[in-house]
Design a protein around this ligand. Structure first.
Ligand code: AMP
Length: 477
């Protein structure tokens, strides 16, 4: 998963973009990059968090009234700084691009680009595939008289050819700024504006929270297949391109997006409380009676508060978190991950001692985190521990940009619920049910492939296997 931001203004935008990227830092900490445009592209990117990459940045060297920024959380491909986004090409016109998501048919695209368009794409970076596909369609247009329709037609070709999840932004040198989404609208992208004495400034970002910080008014969420082009005169053009039945990633609400973000008019925090209340209904059916509900900080707080409310049991903070540690999930191996969980979380002894505890986390993937947490709570004197997962059992890898390991390591794809409870050492495990989750989103069609194995774009067994092998090869399990 990644975070992206773009600004089309009337004065230099680099510092605003860099500030905005820090508000998206939770979406990726591997690498960060910015490109601005002022006659030529000015690019700076590197490995690490925004504060590291842009620590001594010379803002004058990043001049330009429009720009795009990216924070990377790599799921596939290399982790070289060079492969970080944005990337830029100089023909036609000069194009720079960022995207959030994951391209599924990368091999096929690479082959087509070579055989039909004579472009050698020698990177495993999927934004390059989107960019080169776009460039190769665009260059077939009448470039002297390029119209907005030509640009939108080219995006529609991209939407036809590129399978997967992508919310993307492109600067087309001396022509304007383009944003678009895949036909299913899997990843979020919002558009906002700000009125200044020089005119309207437009911005796009992965999450609305960025606009709160930067003072933009949220205009709308880009819908599946939507394209927005802002020309040099700041005129806004839109078209709905190729669309399929919407499949918005529900894991954005569950885990990825920040709690103060609004997606499709739903505040993430409220969604989590709602899911917590629904969990209470399922939990009651188990007949278990906890003394307190606690959360695994930080993303599970709102689920836990909803669950506690639904169960009429007190919510307490039972685990303290050292927030200056990286994410347990992204560390390279199991042993390192286990050690990290221990360094990251510490039980608040007096709260948990002698209690029957319902501990809520957003998800169980490999079970490393939950196993350690159950042990920590038991060591601190908990009487019984019920592990509650706000998401339904994760059984299938995500191929749309969320790093979820490979099938053989995903606990629920190999074990039943009571076996999982035994494995993580809990007295019981309670999951959100997929049916309930679907019911909760009956008015916003969601992608639930990681729970159901129903991939909205469709995927062959062979390709799924290939993606898993690539993951194993890149050591990102
Ligand atoms: P695991 O230890 O493998 O069961 O991972 C579950 C933990 O990782 C939970 O505490 C989640 O908050 C967190 N998590 C789940 N999905 C992701 C993800 N895609 N990237 C980073 N962290 C995740």
């Amino acid at each position: 998963m990644c975070g992206i931001i773009g600004v089309i203004g009337h004065k230099d935008v680099a510092s605003e973009i860099i500030n905005g990227m820090t508000t998206l830092q939770h979406r990726g900490q591997d690498a960060a990059g910015v490109v601005t445009f002022s006659g030529t592209f000015k690019l700076k990117k590197g490995n690490g968090q925004v504060s590291t990459v842009f620590k001594d940045v010379d803002l004058k060297a990043l001049s330009g009234y429009s720009g795009i920024g990216h924070v990377r959380y790599s799921t596939m491909g290399s982790t070289d700084a060079e492969d970080a986004q944005p990337i830029a090409v100089n023909y036609p016109f000069g194009l720079a691009m960022v995207h959030n998501g994951n391209v599924v048919n990368f091999k096929e695209l690479r082959k087509t680009l070579y055989e039909e368009n004579h472009r050698l794409v020698d990177t495993s970076n999927d934004v390059a595939l989107i960019l080169y596909t776009f460039a190769s369609v665009l260059e077939s247009k009448d470039l002297k008289n390029l119209s907005v329709d030509d640009i939108f037609d080219s995006v529609e070709e991209v939407q036809k050819k590129v399978k997967g999840a992508y919310s993307a932004m492109t600067i087309i040198a001396n022509h304007g700024f383009l944003a678009f989404t895949d036909p299913y609208g899997i990843r979020p992208l919002v558009m906002g504006r700000k009125f200044t004495d020089k005119g309207v400034v437009y911005a796009f970002a992965s999450e609305s929270t960025t606009f709160d910080y930067l003072g933009y008014e949220l205009m709308h969420d880009l819908t599946p297949g939507e394209m927005v082009f802002i020309d040099e005169k700041h005129q806004v053009h839109t078209r709905i391109g190729k669309t399929k039945k919407q499949a918005f990633c529900v894991f954005e609400y569950i885990y990825f997006a920040r709690e103060d973000t609004t997606i499709y008019k739903r505040l993430v925090a409220s969604e989590r409380v709602r899911m917590g209340k629904q969990l209470a209904v399922t939990f009651k059916k188990s007949g278990l009676q906890p003394d307190i509900v606690i959360d695994v900080p930080n993303s599970a707080y709102f689920f836990a508060s909803g669950l506690a409310e639904g169960l009429e049991v007190p919510y307490r903070r039972g685990l303290a978190k050292n927030s200056h540690m990286g994410r347990s999930f992204i560390t390279p191996n199991q042993q390192a991950r286990e050690k990290m969980v221990k360094q990251k979380l510490n039980p608040i002894r007096d709260i948990v001692v002698g209690k029957k505890i319902a501990v809520v986390d957003d998800s169980i993937v490999r079970g490393t985190t939950s196993k350690r947490i159950v042990q920590l709570l038991r060591d601190a004197g908990a009487k019984e521990v019920y592990f509650v997962s706000a998401s339904p059992p994760i059984k299938h890898p995500c191929i749309y940009g969320i790093d979820m390991s490979v099938k053989k390591e995903i606990l629920a794809s190999n074990y039943k619920i009571d076996e999982i409870a035994r494995y993580i050492g809990a007295d019981a495990v309670v999951y959100q049910s997929l049916e309930d989750l679907e019911e909760m989103y009956s008015d916003l069609p969601i992608c639930h492939a990681c729970f159901s194995g129903k991939y909205p774009t469709g995927i062959s067994k062979e390709l799924l296997h290939e993606i898993e092998q690539e993951k194993l090869g890149s050591n990102r399990v």
